[in-house]
Design a protein around this ligand. Structure first.
Ligand code: ADP
Ligand code: MG
Length: 820
């Protein structure tokens, strides 16, 4: 029976009784005051009692109640980090970093003791006591240490988000915990979640035979008045903008939090709002009043900056009442260069919108901050700080602010009701981003953000009819929405034989499992009985997708490894090469920038095999050139001039170092070092790299559609860049930024297909048809050896040679004859 713990005001006054083992933590006064306001603090004793008495518990509480920051501290104080470590997993990298920093600060410990580990980086040491990590990282650790013997507790945070890795971890830990108990070295599992659909974890008999106890932490939640729109306007960004204008011009004090769907929308709306409600920055005022200041200054004894400021203040307050925004570092306030997953066509609406924004005078300045997961973390931290005096806070966010981060002082929530999801076609593997209605559960989470400070308001930019009829109750768990190849292989390597029987909180559907198995067989990671091969084991050691793992495993030639590593690092990071940014610049300038970037990319691609390596060559050279700029201290300028995402480049560097380390561990004879300034591959090396790419992505081959294959009545020009992909009916296209548009090779491999207004291939490399039989044997259908021409005896080798014909893939493309 779930244990319900209600908030008890009287307990708030004194700290709970200390447990038997108690490790002292010295906190600053400021932190102590902030902690005492958190509802979870009054429940420390009850929570610790339930944890001490049970192996597995579920802790549910509203966002902002203090779960993530406080529970690791309770455990630390109760002695759980004396011999072992405390593990905390987060589905989002942002949360792992920022929460480890916050907890270190609260506990007055160094980041050596409260550390984080994510795929590309970390600061974990031998002295680490509390380790925040992404869920994917813990899953990898299970592969090498199934019993997770270095931990005394595993906290799975944000379990309601239903990330694939957290789901699998719950399944695995449901088995690991009893094993550890049997060995007399108990492990505790704490599943932490917002109060959403807990029964998926607690009422799942395959998962836990006896339902684990549930502790609910009640939060002081003030009432939030929900305002639905009468009608649902399709242009939700415009609607959001208008609503914020209304709030800032007509409604009382209080921060605003706006939910939109993606980075582009965040940036565009932030721009519009900053234009509408500008800050009156000191610099501008200084400029306007220059004469005045100089005069004043002569009368001051000290003519340093402070003098200027005092003089300015006096001058201004005596004349007109202009608010002065103190010390703002405008660099901190700048919006990073935006980029696009979406193509230009999709963005035209947003761009046009911005032109009709006029500055609204006589309104309070709006301190408008963006928030999305690819935003550099120091900029994300800004949302926790107070806005400058006289400004109203306005945070424009993706659903990162729904449950992972609690932004203080929000009174108004503006909810577009939309969310962007990456859809994945289970059969073809095509990905697309679609903007959909979010779920009722997440709309209610969003609304709840307005009631932390006091009574709040949530403005839903859609009608109640839409909410009732079109919103699903809950979002679909991620495991149902993405390929499970890496999980499938990892689980096989953990000797989980029948994956269908694994206790998933929500099982992937059979089709998904089956196509993962087929792809892994094609790669050679599994044999046709579904057992892991030696290659499969080698592949699974690398922290990248199986297809990339295979490429690494194949690149034994030492002069190639640094290139493969670099290419895979670049392919594993999102959005390295940017699209031309929207906003601020004119159409003419955009066209010019696009051409300039494209010609740089062409230059990087070079000639011969190097050009045929295509988009992947561009990535290699871009990274090389960026490293060169880095060594000269000019990386940021270089990136913005050449259309590279700065953070992506730094991530690639870290991943290269990490992958190099893995290779050294797994392939002891490979003397590979990270050479930041990798020189371009020679022609032969480029050719080998094309073959390696084919070996990893052999199931993703596409063949050019020839002009005579275009159906009657279709526009031939439209099909200039069109290909047919193996396994797909509809044509796919070279992206407009692809350097292969110059050569239009007959066969290519691609990294992925994504859909906007058409299907585009990303990360394209040209391959030769005669390579298919060697590198993708699993998809070739070969004939019996042909007796004509007659088999020939080669006296030098002593072998008999004959010719074989065949076809490739599901569309039966003819293969060139092969000599065997
Ligand atoms: P939960 O996990 O229950 O959602 P958290 O432990 O994340 O709650 O947050 C508790 C409180 O700590 C919130 O009020 C939040 O604003 C505050 N907080 C979290 N991180 C930071 C930070 N980096 N700086 C300042 N305050 C923070
Ligand atoms: Mg949390």
């Amino acid at each position: 029976k779930p244990i319900e713990i209600k908030e008890d005001e009287s307990k708030k006054v004194s700290l709970p009784r200390k447990p038997a083992v108690y490790v002292d933590v010295i906190r600053s006064k400021e932190i102590q005051i902030a902690r005492l306001k958190l509802p979870i603090l009054a429940e420390e004793q009850q929570i610790m009692e339930v944890i001490n008495e049970n192996s597995i518990i579920v802790l549910a509480g509203e966002t902002g109640s203090g779960k993530t920051t406080q529970v690791p501290q309770f455990l630390y104080e109760a002695g759980y980090a004396l011999k072992h470590q405390i593990a905390v997993t987060e589905p989002r990298r942002v949360a792992a970093i920022s929460m480890s920093q916050r907890v270190a600060k609260e506990m007055n410990l160094s980041t050596k003791e409260v550390s984080y580990l994510i795929r590309f980086e970390g600061n974990v040491t031998d002295d680490t006591k509390i380790k925040f990590m992404t869920d994917g990282v813990l899953l990898k650790e299970i592969q090498t240490d199934f019993l997770l013997s270095k931990y005394s507790v595993v906290i799975l945070d944000e379990a309601h988000e239903r990330s694939v890795y957290t789901d699998i971890l719950i399944g695995l830990l449901s088995r690991i915990v009893p094993l550890r108990n049997k060995k007399g070295n108990p492990l505790k599992l704490v599943i932490m979640s917002a109060t959403l659909r807990l029964e998926d974890f607690t009422q799942n008999l395959r998962l836990f035979k006896a339902p684990p106890p549930v502790i609910k932490v009640e939060t002081r939640q003030f009432p939030v008045t929900i305002h639905f729109n009468k009608r649902t306007n399709e242009n939700y960004l415009k609607e959001a903008f208008n609503k914020i204008v209304k709030i800032n011009t007509q409604l009382p004090e209080g921060g605003v939090l706006v939910f939109v769907t993606g980075q582009q929308e965040v940036i565009s709306l932030v721009r519009k709002l900053r234009k509408a409600f500008p800050l009156r920055h000191k610099k501008n005022i200084l400029k306007k009043n220059k004469d005045l200041i100089h005069k004043k200054d002569e009368n001051e004894e000290d003519s340093n900056d402070e003098g200027i400021e005092r003089g300015l203040k006096k001058a201004l307050t005596s004349k007109k009442k202009i608010k002065i925004i103190p010390e703002i570092n405008l660099d901190d306030y700048s919006i990073p260069g935006d980029s696009g997953i979406a193509s230009d066509e999709d963005l035209s609406d947003i761009e046009d919108d911005e032109t009709d924004v006029t500055t609204i005078t006589n309104a309070q300045p709006l301190w408008t901050l963006p928030l999305y997961s690819l935003l550099p973390s120091f900029k994300q931290q800004k949302v926790f700080e107070d806005p400058p005096p006289g400004c109203r806070l306005c945070v424009v966010s993706t659903n990162v602010a729904e449950t992972s981060l609690t932004i203080p002082n929000i009174k108004y929530v503006v909810d577009t009701g939309k969310t962007k999801v990456k859809l994945y076609d289970k059969v073809t593997g095509v990905t697309s981003y679609v903007v959909n209605w979010t779920s009722k559960a997440s709309a209610n989470q969003r609304a709840g953000r307005a009631g932390r400070l006091g009574p709040g308001h949530c403005y839903r930019l859609y009608s109640s009819a839409v909410f009732n009829d079109e919103f699903q109750d809950y979002s679909i768990p991620e495991i149902r929405q993405k390929p499970v190849d890496d999980l499938y292989l990892q689980m096989k390597c953990m000797n989980i034989d029948k994956i269908v029987n694994f206790p998933f909180p929500t099982a992937p559907d059979l089709m998904q499992l089956k196509s993962a198995q087929t792809r892994l067989e094609t790669l050679g990671a599994l044999n046709n009985k579904g057992q892991v091969t030696a290659l499969g084991r080698a592949i699974s050691k690398f922290p990248v997708l199986p297809r990339y793992g295979k490429m690494l495993a194949l690149s034994h030639q030492q002069d190639l490894l640094p290139y493969t590593i670099c290419m895979i690092a670049a392919l594993s990071v999102q959005e390295v090469l940017l699209e031309v940014p929207i906003g601020q610049i004119s159409l003419e300038e955009r066209k010019e920038t696009r051409q300039r970037w494209f010609s740089t990319r062409l230059q990087w691609a070079g000639r011969g095999n190097s050009l045929l390596l295509g988009d992947n060559m561009v990535l290699l050279r871009a990274v090389g050139a960026a490293e060169y700029a880095h060594s000269e201290g000019k990386l940021e300028v270089f990136c913005s001039e050449n259309g590279l995402r700065h953070k992506a480049i730094t991530e690639i560097r870290k991943l290269r170092i990490q992958l190099t380390g893995e290779i050294k561990k797994n392939v002891p004879d490979a003397s590979v070092v990270v050479d930041p300034k990798l020189k371009p591959p020679e022609d032969l090396q480029a050719k080998l790299l094309r073959q390696i790419l084919l070996a990893g992505m052999g199931d993703q081959v596409a063949k050019k559609i020839q002009p005579d294959e275009v159906k009657e009545g279709e526009d031939k020009a439209k099909f200039k860049y069109a290909y047919t992909a193996n396994n797909m009916e509809e044509p796919v296209f070279l992206h407009q930024g692809s350097v292969l548009k110059k050569t239009l090779p007959e066969y290519v491999v691609y990294q992925e297909i994504y859909e906007t207004n058409r299907m585009y291939m990303r990360g394209v490399t040209a391959v030769e048809p005669e390579w298919l039989a060697t590198y993708v044997p699993g998809l070739c259908n070969l004939s019996e050896p042909m007796m004509s021409p007659e088999p020939r005896y080669n006296p030098n080798t002593g072998k008999v040679h004959c010719t074989v014909s065949g076809t490739f893939g599901s569309q039966a493309w003819p293969l060139p004859n092969i000599e065997i």
